[in-house]
Design a protein. Structure first.
Lengths: 134, 537
């Protein structure tokens, strides 16, 4: 079971993820954060650190890239594998994310069925990985 | 008489005798001296006569041997004597009784009169330069130096003069003058400032330069260089000038800043060339000064424009990405909600409801494609071409692997496709557009799409041939315009061929088609061969 921090401002996107997890009967624990600031707040709190972070890029207040920069500058948090989950096919964004340091870059497909398939494989992949664990 | 008397008388006689003898001896001596003197005089006279003869002969010789023309005339101007050089020059012999005054060209008559007058009063004539007509009717210019001749009593008997042919000299001088005038015209009318110095002394500065600086030539002669240029500029050319003086270089060019009299300044390209003597020593420095303030301003303006353009381009691209993201996100939501509506309520929906949901999905899908197309179209720019070596056969295979090809359609290459130097992604986009268009518009039983290529020297000419429905002639131009879709298939957005056109434009190529309704269509496009050595396209 994975402990996942899901940073996403769009309510329907959140519904999509939750629906996917429940439909596939995955036992992962999903923590939602509405933007980068909320995400950081959670990470700095006493809560157990997540195993992976799923990060949207285009968000109000603190964008995904800004969040990523702060995360990677932190001596402890920088170890958290962060997978970008975005609609942006902008190559500049992609290069910038890999420059700062990400564990994956997943583009949200148009169709929900495709989304389910992609997310399932992402979860499967990270489940099979040895993780740092807090 | 007594004997005493006799003795006395005898003695007196004796004394007289002696005295006479003495007188005779003295006379004899004096005569001898006189004779000697007369002899000596005779000899001296003889020597003098000889000397005189010699001198006369010499003068005659001199007269004959004077190389320059020489003549003697009487008071009326009749030539009474002249040497052979004079005869040869004038073309007359002295026997012809020529009057010198008649040989003088009419234009010089007045001048001659005045000069002769001066000869009679001062006794001399110097640098008298008349034009004369020789026997051959040639106009010649001479320079005469001469003097009056007086007889023993001191009366003026005539004049003598030596003259020199200065015709060629004058012609040369005139020629030089003309050339100098011409040169001056060029120098003064040059759009470049011209500055000639010798050992730091100003020799000449043309009008243009004076106007540029606002100083007159006189003012510039006494001005300190620091007053017309900046120290920085002086230092900039210092090193070059040292090399120029040493003979290491013959020319250099620097951009200098000049200060005008009114305090304003301008930048000018200054080219300094060395003029050397035979020994290679620097005689003159010629500086050509071209005011390039305007050019520099233009250059700056250009740089600024390019910069603005770059940033606005970047902004636009950024904007295109943001807009596309913001449009695509809600599409994803609608798509998800539509799916869930079907999944959760399929039991409650009738056929019509299910159909409508499917239609919604289709519309969302085509809108998503349109947004993708607009984004691609707006990001095709020459400055982000990433050229590399591309095997087009591989590209076609890749496309075959990813696009939807109906079962009845075969895609093949007509001949082996080349390996070209281009942006792989763009070539992929290009061919994919043609192929995906071609494969879906075939209604016959066995569809065939063929990709071919011909080498056209400067360009590659590709062709994509299908045996599909064909395109009516009236659409042949229209289809390359943005948003023009002629297909009746739901899937075409109309942006595909305009993307194609834009990529082909980037590679300085052309695109055209041949089509026959019911038989098929062949699209042709050319791409200019890229030089691998240049980094940009």
């Amino acid at each position: 079971m994975l402990n996942v921090l899901f940073i996403e401002d769009d309510a329907i996107e959140t519904m999509k993820l939750n629906r996917t997890v429940s439909k596939l009967q995955l036992k992962h624990k999903i923590t939602e954060a509405k933007n980068g600031e909320e995400g950081l707040e959670f990470l700095k709190s006493d809560e157990v650190l997540p195993d992976i972070i799923l990060l949207d890029l285009n968000m109000p207040k603190m964008s995904g890239i800004e969040f990523l920069e702060i995360l990677k500058a932190d001596p402890v948090l920088k170890y958290l594998p962060t997978i970008v989950l975005t609609t942006s096919e902008n190559r500049a964004d992609l290069l910038e994310c890999y420059r700062i340091g990400i564990a994956g870059y997943v583009i949200k497909p148009l169709k929900y069925e495709d989304y389910e398939k992609k997310l399932e494989s992402v979860f499967t992949y990270w489940q099979n990985n040895e993780l740092v664990k807090a | 008489m007594d004997s005493k008397e006799v003795i006395l008388l005898k003695k007196a006689l004796e004394r007289q005798k002696k005295a006479r003898q003495q007188a005779e001896r003295i006379l004899e001596e004096k005569s001898k001296e006189l004779y000697d003197a007369s002899l000596h005089l005779k000899q001296t006279n003889k020597v003098l006569e000889n000397l005189l003869d010699q001198k006369t002969a010499q003068i005659d010789n001199v007269f004959v041997n004077i190389i320059d023309p020489y003549l003697i005339m009487d008071l009326k101007g009749n030539i009474i004597k002249m040497n052979s050089a004079a005869e040869e020059f004038l073309g007359f012999s002295k026997e012809e009784n020529i009057k010198l005054t008649e040989l003088i060209h009419p234009d010089y008559k007045e001048y001659s009169k005045a000069s002769f007058k001066s000869l009679y009063t001062t006794g001399l004539i110097k640098k008298f330069r008349p034009g004369i007509i020789t026997k051959n009717n040639e106009l010649k210019f001479i320079e005469v130096n001469g003097s009056l001749i007086k007889d023993k009593k001191g009366n003026i008997s005539g004049a003598q003069g030596v003259f020199r042919d200065i015709t060629a000299e004058l012609e040369m001088k005139n020629l030089l003058n003309t050339q100098r005038q011409r040169l001056d015209i060029i120098v003064e009318h040059s759009p470049l400032g011209i500055w000639l110095t010798s050992k730091d002394t100003l020799i000449k500065v043309n009008n243009t330069m004076q106007k540029m600086l606002g100083y007159t030539e006189e003012e510039l002669r006494s001005i300190n260089p620091m007053e017309i240029t900046s120290l920085e500029s002086l230092n900039a050319s210092k090193e070059y000038r040292e090399k120029l003086i040493k003979g290491e270089i013959d020319e250099f060019s620097v951009v200098k800043k000049y200060l005008r009299k009114d305090g304003s300044s301008f930048s000018a390209k200054t080219t300094v060339s060395a003029v050397r003597n035979i020994k290679g020593e620097l005689r003159y420095e010629v500086a050509l000064i071209e005011d390039i303030t305007h050019e520099i301003e233009l250059e700056e303006e250009k740089k600024q424009l390019v910069k603005d353009l770059e940033s606005s381009n970047k902004g636009l691209q950024e904007y295109a990405h943001i807009v596309s993201h913001d449009l695509k996100s809600p599409l994803r939501s609608i798509s998800a909600l539509t799916t869930w509506m079907y999944e959760d309520y399929k039991d409650k929906l009738d056929d019509n409801g299910v159909y409508n949901l499917k239609m919604m999905q289709d519309k969302v899908e085509s809108m998503d494609k349109l947004i993708d197309g607009i984004l691609k179209y707006s990001t095709i720019k020459s400055d982000n071409l990433d050229n590399s070596i591309v095997d087009v056969n591989e590209v076609v295979q890749e496309i075959k692997d990813i696009i939807f090809i109906p079962d009845h359609v075969t895609v093949k290459t007509a001949n082996k496709l080349p390996t070209i130097y281009a942006d792989r992604t763009k070539i992929h986009q290009l061919i994919q557009n043609f192929l995906s268009n071609a494969v879906v518009h075939i209604e016959r039983e066995k569809g065939l799409v063929e990709v071919g290529c011909e080498d056209r020297g400067t360009h590659w000419e590709f062709s994509v041939k299908d045996n599909g429905v064909g395109i009516p002639k009236e659409y042949h131009e229209k289809i390359f315009k943005i948003f023009q879709s002629i297909g009746n298939k739901e899937r075409s957005t109309g942006i595909g061929l305009s993307i194609v056109k834009k990529i082909i434009d980037l590679y300085e190529g052309k695109v055209w088609l041949q089509s026959e309704i019911g038989k098929g269509t062949t699209f042709f496009f050319t791409l200019k061969k890229q030089n691998e050595n240049t980094t940009s396209n």
